[in-house]
Design a protein around this ligand. Structure first.
Ligand SMILES: Nc1nc2c(c(=O)[nH]1)N[C@H]1C(S)=C(S)[C@@H](COP(=O)(O)OP(=O)(O)OC[C@H]3O[C@@H](n4cnc5c(=O)[nH]c(N)nc54)[C@H](O)[C@@H]3O)O[C@H]1N2
Ligand SMILES: Nc1nc2c(c(=O)[nH]1)N[C@H]1C(S)=C(S)[C@@H](COP(=O)(O)OP(=O)(O)OC[C@H]3O[C@@H](n4cnc5c(=O)[nH]c(N)nc54)[C@H](O)[C@@H]3O)O[C@H]1N2
Ligand SMILES: [Mo]
Length: 726
């Protein structure tokens, strides 16, 4: 970004009249605090607002085959896309195409397919307005095939929490962090992925709130953190201790740890005459306690210790602190969800909170850390392969078409349909679908089998280059850019991790005159595909208030949307558990039975089998690599490393710095990653860590949490040996 624009643009991040940070989904207090941005938010903003451009001239001089040889980092580093592009097979290049001609051709192809042969992916940066139009178009076209990035991320939250508390979202607000007495942070790395949360944790730590961290890796920022917003600490190079205690749980050992804490609580409650659990809450608000308690009691301490890697005495300490706290928040991320029993893990967290009534009171609740800045909003406005009957009915009533009733494909199922050849078309509203998914050896070639692929993006990435018979790449406006339509300047809206909906308006001159907004591109394709549509697509684009009026009419919680969005800070969507209302089939919050203690007992028993955890570095945003450093973990200039515990290195006959080959140890799978440098690291014994997406070659596509369909990106059994290839 040029040096004059950069500071002005960054100052507008997360301001009432500015744009929402395209980084993470952590909220801001009232969204109008003084200038708040973080290092990684700044990277996300400047990544989008770069001066570099990748033009039709560039594409004319570079074949797709030659571009495919470039790294993901190099591809995005070429800059912003400037023109709508179509793939030309004869020359193996992309060339510029007229928007309307492209839309017309796409419409023609789509009309020739049966709707369930097309897959419509969404990555979580799209605005509510774009995502709503997209689902409307796709449902009028006739399918619920909505693979989305949530399917690889917080789907276990979307599936598990409704069963437990009646809604698939977090229940805490930022204010709750001001009055909580205990925070338990499981399986997330906020110093890198939600840096603004560090400010919140930092304040809590200074208030004397205990923070217990459960993580197999020692993450520096969770141990100590200097708040960049605190001038004094920066000036004095001081830092605040964050984790009161850091529990270095084994990878995949969280369920055992949670069961241990709950076993200790049940025992304390029995000893102390029922003073430990909130029996009144349990009686009034929950069901399933007896079966749950029996399951916990049947779990033995030796099993818990073995599966969690933690000692009984440690887990009892957590239970004692939890019993003392009148208001507890549990936050969690991918360390909980990306496992074979991700959904069951999420339910266990809810169980622990239910035991002491930690819902619907100040300072307490559950806090899933969402990924993309509007991934939660996308789901709220209808991006789901499993729409509810009531939502479909509402669409039918308001628009007068019959939406498809059967459930569609999630991300893994969409890729499987592409692999077996039943899917013929793929749309991507943002993201890097093929690179984000497991097993590129299967998924990359599947892209070429499609008749049509269409991508809406800001920068070029590998998924765009894995061309189908016909491929279009459409450049769109980013969050930071001015969006002018017929009625004037438009704002879009987003929902953060805490269900706050607010407006966002970019101010920068668009990267190219050719760019269109995401809503405009979706509407253009819809208009060209559905000649008898019940929706006036182009009118909606003239004024996004009209899109919001439709959201208001069809989605609960958005009443008076246009009015409320004009209040600085926006508004909060209804969260019934915060009022102790439970929208479950029984009308109560539900305890669950985990069943056993280990998520995958059989696989990891064998000799020398280690658990591979795939991770984000400090210098990356998912598949976007900003640079090759991972500062907090002390890795510089490279990403081809494997984090290993010293004991595991020794057991494999290796030393720090040795080159290793990694092989996936699942029956019938032949997945390998070769010539990786093993480095000694403070990681729980039995677990090894490697960077995503490079390590996706080791993850089978069908190795998933069966309840949610989410790949077990953090729990792949592997064997590590000295590299044969030198
Ligand atoms: N800068 C930046 N910000 C981002 C992103 C980014 O890539 N870059 N990505 C965004 C997205 S889409 C998401 S989903 C979030 C992801 O944010 P996080 O949830 O923080 O995701 P990860 O970096 O994958 O790592 C999670 C943490 O889980 C730990 N872990 C791994 N396995 C286990 C386990 O079995 N148990 C426990 N207790 N811990 C475990 C790892 O050591 C790591 O510290 O961040 C969002 N924000
Ligand atoms: N091994 C392993 N794999 C994982 C994970 C893991 O932890 N380990 N994490 C998973 C998770 S949590 C997620 S969420 C997925 C992420 O999967 P995706 O969401 O598909 O991937 P991203 O890397 O976030 O997408 C980056 C691309 O988005 C486009 N883009 C950026 N901004 C915009 C915009 O404003 N509009 C549009 N239209 N496009 C834009 C750019 O073209 C960029 O190349 O990956 C999953 N894959
Ligand atoms: Mo994510």
């Amino acid at each position: 970004m040029d040096s004059i624009k950069a500071p002005i643009t960054l100052l507008r991040t997360n301001q009432p009249d500015g744009f929402d940070c395209p980084g993470c989904a952590w909220p801001d207090k009232e969204h109008r605090s003084t200038f708040q941005f973080c290092e990684n938010g700044a990277k996300a903003v400047t990544w989008e607002a770069t001066n570099k451009r990748v033009t039709p001239e560039f594409f004319a001089n570079n074949t797709v085959s030659s571009l495919l040889k470039m790294s993901d980092y190099e591809l995005e580093d070429m800059g912003r896309l400037t023109h709508p592009l179509v793939y030309d097979r004869a020359t193996d290049t992309f060339r510029a195409v007229e928007w309307d001609a492209a839309f017309a051709r796409i419409g023609e192809i789509l009309r020739g397919l049966s709707p369930d042969q097309a897959e419509f992916y969404t990555s979580g940066r799209a605005s509510n307005e774009a995502a709503y139009l997209y689902q409307l178009f796709v449902r009028e076209y006739g399918t619920n095939n909505f693979p989305d990035c949530s399917n690889m991320c917080h789907e276990p939250t979307s599936v598990g929490l409704p069963q437990s508390i009646g809604i698939g979202k977090g229940t805490v607000s930022l204010d709750d962090f001001d009055s909580c007495e205990l925070i338990i942070a499981i399986g997330h790395n906020p110093g890198t992925n939600h840096p603004r949360m560090m400010g919140t944790l930092h304040e809590a730590a200074r208030r004397g709130v205990q923070i217990f961290v459960f993580n197999p890796l020692r993450e520096r920022a969770l141990e100590r953190f200097a708040d960049p917003q605190s001038w004094l600490e920066m000036a004095t190079f001081g830092s605040t201790k964050i984790a009161s205690t850091y529990y270095q749980v084994d990878g995949g050992g969280d369920a055992a740890a949670l069961l241990g804490i709950m076993k200790a609580l049940l025992a304390m409650d029995a000893e102390q005459g029922g003073n430990v659990l909130d029996h009144q809450f349990i009686k009034t608000h929950t069901e399933g306690f007896d079966a749950f308690a029996a399951g916990v009691q049947a779990t033995t301490w030796p099993d818990i210790e073995k599966a969690s890697g933690l000692r009984q005495a440690d887990l009892e300490q957590v239970a004692i602190a939890y019993a003392k706290s009148n208001a507890t928040i549990i936050s969690y991320g991918m360390g909980i969800t990306q496992h074979n029993k991700g959904t069951a893990n999420v339910r266990l967290i809810a169980d622990l909170l239910l035991l002491r009534g930690n819902f619907g009171k100040p300072g307490a609740g559950i806090c899933p850390l969402r990924g993309h800045s509007n991934v939660q909003g996308n789901r709220t406005v209808g991006i789901t392969e499993k729409p509810s009957d009531s939502f479909l009915k509402q669409l039918e009533d308001v628009f007068g078409f019959k939406p498809p009733q059967n459930h569609g494909h999630d991300a893994v199922q969409a890729m499987q349909a592409m692999i077996d050849g039943t899917a013929k078309a793929l749309f991507c509203l943002g993201g890097n679908f093929a690179v984000a998914l497991p097993d590129p050896e299967q998924s990359f070639p599947a892209m070429a089998k499609l008749d049509l692929s269409v991508h809406i993006g800001t920068k070029l990435n590998r998924t765009h280059l894995l061309v189908a018979k016909e491929t279009y790449v459409f450049p769109c406006l980013g969050r930071t850019e001015l969006d002018i339509q017929a009625s004037g300047q438009q704002s879009i809206t987003v929902e953060d991790s805490m269900s706050m909906v607010h407006a966002s308006a970019g101010k920068m001159t668009p990267a190219s005159e050719q760019l269109r907004s995401e809503p405009a591109i979706v509407a253009g394709i819809a208009n060209a595909t559905l000649p008898n549509s019940k929706v006036s697509w182009l009118e909606l684009i003239a004024d996004y208030d009209k899109i919001r009026d439709l959201i208001d009419k069809t989605i609960p919680g958005f009443e008076a949307f246009n009015e409320r969005i004009r209040t600085p800070g926006g508004f909060r969507l209804p969260l019934p558990p915060t009022e102790r209302k439970w929208i479950t089939p029984t009308g109560k919050a539900m305890f669950s039975v985990y069943g056993g203690v280990k998520e995958d007992a059989d696989v990891f028993g064998a000799e020398n089998v280690l658990r591979l955890i795939t991770l984000r570095s400090h210098d990356q945003y998912n598949t976007t690599i900003y640079a090759l450093d991972d500062r907090y973990r002390g890795v510089f200039g490279r990403r081809d490393v494997l984090f290993m515990n010293e004991d595991d290195l020794a057991a494999c006959g290796l030393e720090h710095g040795d080159l290793v080959d990694i092989e996936t140890m699942l029956p019938g799978k032949q997945l390998r990653l070769e010539k990786i440098t093993a480095i000694a690291y403070n990681i729980a014994k039995g677990s090894v860590g490697a960077y995503y997406p490079e390590a996706n070659v080791l993850i089978p596509l069908d190795y998933i949490d069966k309840e949610s369909g989410t790949p077990s990106y953090k729990s792949v059994p592997v064997r590590v040996e000295r590299s044969k290839s030198r």
